[in-house]
Design a protein around this ligand. Structure first.
Ligand SMILES: [Zn+2]
Length: 342
């Protein structure tokens, strides 16, 4: 039945009718708030390219988590800026690592808040890569660790040696009180290695949210300042996905599910809404999407120039991710969006 019998504007004539027929809804329940924890006390250092986002010392991270929780956000994800970095990412898996300290402190104050722990090595490696780096010239792994390759030399991110460190990191985080393990490194086989590590340490009930389809993206730029994790040489294209590939993304997700992922993630969100939609169509696991630093920074920069309506664009961007099919949204806007939804 076409016009004039059908008039779609009938259902748009008031906010009451529009909200009656609205197909997609946002809720603070589905937000995960990312936080960057750094050493010190009383530290709230704003990230230059992410206005409103700070590096927080443990005491401030507790306050921030309390505020988010008070606004209805049920979950935060922790990233760490360690005191020191090395070639085996000690800060990632040490019992007194910065995220481990923050996890214990937050758990003590807000036990019901779901604590997610990002599992990667880049923030803790002096070279800034997400795995163990070895020079291409043949040598033992020990020698490679002792003599990391200089800028411009041939190097390789060693997959299987990295798995052991990722599993060790996951167990250490679970011991510190992290509720959900979220590996973001993109090494092959890491979900299986982490599941095995968690199970043999007794953490049978700790779920894994895998960054299953994580693309090598220019949209991570501001995060690297926030987490001080830019690679010192080369880039991440040998492990993160090529932005052109949606079928390969489905294979990545499928493998992670086979290895035991409980929830899956697509990252970044807005430039990859089609990947989110395809994953929603194909898989039945809870699906998360990460609205990354560059997506946030673009909205903030345009709003500072009064080129866009900040709140409106913020909510529209989150709604688009939800509509594409993500049921969980990691976003720096978690607190503010929760406030607007209240
Ligand atoms: Zn990484």
């Amino acid at each position: 039945m076409g016009f004039p019998v059908t008039r779609l504007r009938r259902l748009r004539q008031s906010e009451q009718i529009r909200s009656l027929v609205r197909e997609t809804h946002l809720s603070p329940n589905s937000f995960v708030y990312p936080m960057f924890v750094c050493p010190g006390e009383g530290v709230r250092k704003e990230v230059r390219s992410m206005p409103g986002v700070c590096n927080l010392s443990v005491d401030q991270a507790v306050k921030e988590a309390e505020e988010a929780h008070g606004l209805g956000v049920r979950s935060v994800i922790l990233f760490g800026l360690p005191e020191a970095k090395d070639e085996v990412a000690t800060g990632a898996w040490a019992t007194d690592g910065i995220v481990q300290q923050a996890a214990r402190a937050i758990k003590r104050e807000i036990p019901e808040l779901i604590l997610m722990g990002d599992v990667c090595l880049c923030e803790y490696m002096s070279h800034g890569h997400c795995g163990v780096v070895r020079s291409r010239t043949p040598q033992s792994l020990g020698a490679a660790v002792a003599n990391p390759p200089a800028v411009g030399t041939e190097y390789e991110i060693v997959n299987d040696a990295s798995l052991e460190l990722l599993a060790r990191t996951s167990v250490s985080l679970a011991r510190a009180g992290i509720d959900v393990i979220a590996p973001s490194d993109m090494m092959d086989g890491r979900v299986g290695a982490i599941r095995k590590g968690l199970d043999s340490a007794g953490f049978l009930n700790t779920p894994i949210l895998s960054y299953a389809a994580k693309f090598a993206s220019g949209f991570y730029g501001p995060f690297r300042e926030a987490a001080d994790s830019a690679p010192q040489f080369g880039d991440r294209r040998s492990y993160q996905m090529d932005g052109a590939n949606v079928r390969e993304a489905m294979r990545e997700i499928e493998l992670d599910i086979e290895e035991g992922a409980d929830m899956i993630m697509v990252k970044p969100a807005m430039p990859y809404l089609d990947v989110i939609a395809a994953a929603r169509e194909r898989f039945d696991l809870p699906l998360a999407a990460y609205q990354v630093s560059g997506e946030y920074a673009m909205i903030e920069a345009a709003a500072q120039n009064n080129w866009i309506d900040r709140e409106r664009v913020m909510m529209e961007s989150l709604l688009s991710i939800r509509r594409a099919g993500a049921s969980i949204i990691l976003t720096y806007y978690a607190k503010e969006a929760a406030r607007l939804l209240a």
